[in-house]
Each structure stands twice: as structure tokens, then as C-alpha cells.
Design a protein around this ligand. Structure first.
Ligand code: SF4
Length: 318
């Protein structure tokens, strides 16, 4: 899509979503706090975004990271705050620096100049407005690589509808089906109700994963699901739902990398077992989706997959 057209859609999205900021309903939490006056909502974020790192990331799915890396911006704060979050330094501890819209735009353009295949917004749900305002500047400044919405899936349907034509690649989690599990681990009993309608809308907007010459995505949807220890039954329900409700031409990333972090309760202070993994993988394979990304069987926790955002290079990839 031409930058001029995308700029128009960014303006439209800003017109539609900006009024939601003063009694915030920008995500399913619907805290109704005034974001222009403070950071009192669940995401503990005010008007500006706060950023931990902006870097080339080589650990995303191959269609996202490609050879040159995904231009990833890690925001602090989160609207979900999972007890086991491996990015807890950002989501819970808010370790980052506020960034003006101009600074955010400079980060995007800097990542593009470094050869990034895309701009990958990690935990964008609560900072959709700073992202859109920064995009207005960055697109006018020559940003023309695909935009990736890398969210926890707990997105508002209204926001996802407003992002049509702005976001090229949706990369949401679909974490839980059971309200009791999502309530226990993420304090969101309505997680599946809200995430499923958001992800369904993403599938309508981007029903087919479209790969460029080097095999990196130009547009599409890749749904991520992290298998949790003891919850493989919930995983199976989610996979069946994906098969029945989303386009068959999307990507599915089934992740075995769960590692107990931060405040993970006792019953999930272990890795996923090989048996749990195989049950989930068999179900995912049976869906017959166009693109399935499987992680290796979790014989032992892979420490390389747990980032440390207190370091200049949080990942141990390359
Ligand atoms: S974006 Fe933040 S303040 Fe707004 S509803 Fe969600 S959690 Fe609450």
C-alpha cells in the first residue's frame, strides 16, 4: 500500500480512537481513566508510550524475522499482566523510558535504515494512540516497510477495526479459552470472549499470509499459542476453535518455550512435558493450516528464549 494511502488511514484511525483516551476504553479492560492526565489504568501508562528497547530481533517466527531481523519496539506496561510473563521487567516493572511521538517515529525510521524487514510493535494494545501519532510522522518521513501488531490478543474489537489497512501483519497471542484459567493467570475472565472477536476480525482483514521474495511476510495473520503446563486441554479447545473460525491461510505458531518467570504459581513452575507438547502438536498438525510454526519438543527449558531487558542486548541470538 502506498504511504500516502496509509497515512490517510492512520489519520482516520486517530480520529476514531483519540476520543477514547480521556475515559479510556482502548482495550477490553475499559478502565475509563483519563490517559491525558496520568497513568492510573491497569496498563499504568499515560498519554506517552514508554519504550525499553528498539532493536533488530532474530528470534521471531522466520516469516517475521527473516534474514535481516524484525525491527522490534518493546513497550513497557501491559493491559494483561500475566503472572508468568517472561517480559515482566517491562509489563510489570515498567523498566523503560517515556518516548515522545517524534522519538518513536525516529526509532521506526532508524530500524528501517538498519535493514529491518518490518516494524514490530510488541505489547501495542495500550499504546495504540502513541503508535498512530508516531506513524503519522514516520510515514511522512519515508517509512514504507510492513507494520506488525504483536499483541497479547486482549485487544478491543473497535481498535482492531480502526487498524484496518494500517497494520500489515497481525501477530496476536490466543492464550486461553477457559475463563477460570485466564482469570487465575491474567486476571481477565473475559480473555477468550474478547480476544476471539479481535482475532476473528484480524483474520477477516488479513486472511492470507503473503510472503515476499525472501520468504518474509508482507501481510497476513500469524496466531501464536503458548502451551502452558497442565492446560493442554485448553490448548486443544483453542486449536479446534482456530480451525473452525479463522481463515485456513493464516499462520499458526505453536510455542513450547514456556518458562516459569516472575510470579508463576506453583502448579506452573515447570516446563511443558513432552507428552503435553505432542498432544498439542498432533492437534495443530491435524488442522491442515497453510503455515504451521512448531518449536522443538521441550526436553529442557531453553534459557536462550528468556530475555533480560536490563541488558543492552536482551536476547542471546546473534
Ligand atoms: S489501555 Fe490501559 S487504561 Fe485503557 S482500558 Fe486498557 S488497561 Fe485500561
Amino acid at each position: 500500500m502506498k504511504a500516502g494511502r496509509k497515512l490517510e488511514l492512520v489519520e482516520k484511525a486517530l480520529d476514531r480512537l483519540s476520543p477514547l483516551e480521556t475515559a479510556c476504553t482502548l482495550c477490553p479492560r475499559e478502565c475509563r481513566v483519563d490517559r491525558t492526565k496520568g497513568a492510573e489504568g491497569v496498563c499504568r501508562t499515560g498519554r506517552l508510550a514508554s519504550v525499553s528497547h528498539a532493536l533488530l530481533h532474530f528470534g521471531e517466527e522466520p516469516v517475521v524475522s527473516g534474514e535481516s531481523g524484525s525491527g522490534t519496539i518493546f513497550f513497557t506496561g501491559c493491559n494483561l499482566k500475566c503472572l508468568f510473563c517472561q517480559n515482566y521487567q517491562l509489563s510489570w516493572l515498567l523498566e523503560g523510558e517515556p518516548a515522545t511521538d517524534e522519538e518513536l517515529a525516529v526509532m521506526m525510521l532508524g530500524l528501517q535504515a538498519k535493514g529491518a524487514h518490518n516494524i514490530n510493535f510488541v505489547s501495542p494494545s495500550h499504546v495504540v494512540l502513541p503508535i498512530l501519532r508516531a506513524l503519522r510522522i514516520a510515514l511522512a518521513g519515508g517509512l514504507d516497510i510492513p507494520l506488525v501488531w504483536n499483541s497479547n490478543g486482549y485487544d478491543s474489537l473497535e481498535v482492531v477495526r480502526a487498524l484496518e489497512g494500517v497494520v500489515d501483519i497481525y501477530l496476536p497471542d490466543l492464550k486461553y479459552h477457559s475463563p477460570s484459567i485466564s482469570k487465575r493467570y491474567s486476571a481477565a475472565a473475559d480473555y477468550f470472549a474478547r480476544a476471539s472477536e479481535a482475532v476473528r476480525e484480524m483474520s477477516l482483514q488479513q486472511p492470507a499470509l503473503d510472503l515476499g521474495p525472501g520468504g518474509t511476510a508482507r501481510k497476513g495473520l500469524v496466531v501464536r499459542h503458548l502451551i502452558l503446563p497442565g492446560s493442554v486441554g485448553d490448548t486443544i479447545v483453542i486449536l479446534k476453535w482456530i480451525g473452525e473460525n479463522l481463515s485456513p491461510f493464516i499462520g499458526l505458531s505453536l510455542m513450547s518455550q514456556y518458562h516459569p518467570c516472575f510470579k508463576a504459581p506453583e502448579e506452573i513452575r515447570r516446563s511443558v512435558s513432552a507428552e503435553e507438547y505432542r498432544r498439542a502438536a498432533d492437534e495443530a498438525l491435524a488442522l491442515g493450516l497453510d503455515r504451521l510454526f512448531l518449536q522443538p519438543e521441550p526436553f529442557r527449558p531453553d534459557e536462550r528464549l528468556v530475555p533480560d531487558f536490563r541488558k543492552e542486548k536482551p536476547f542471546r541470538w546473534k
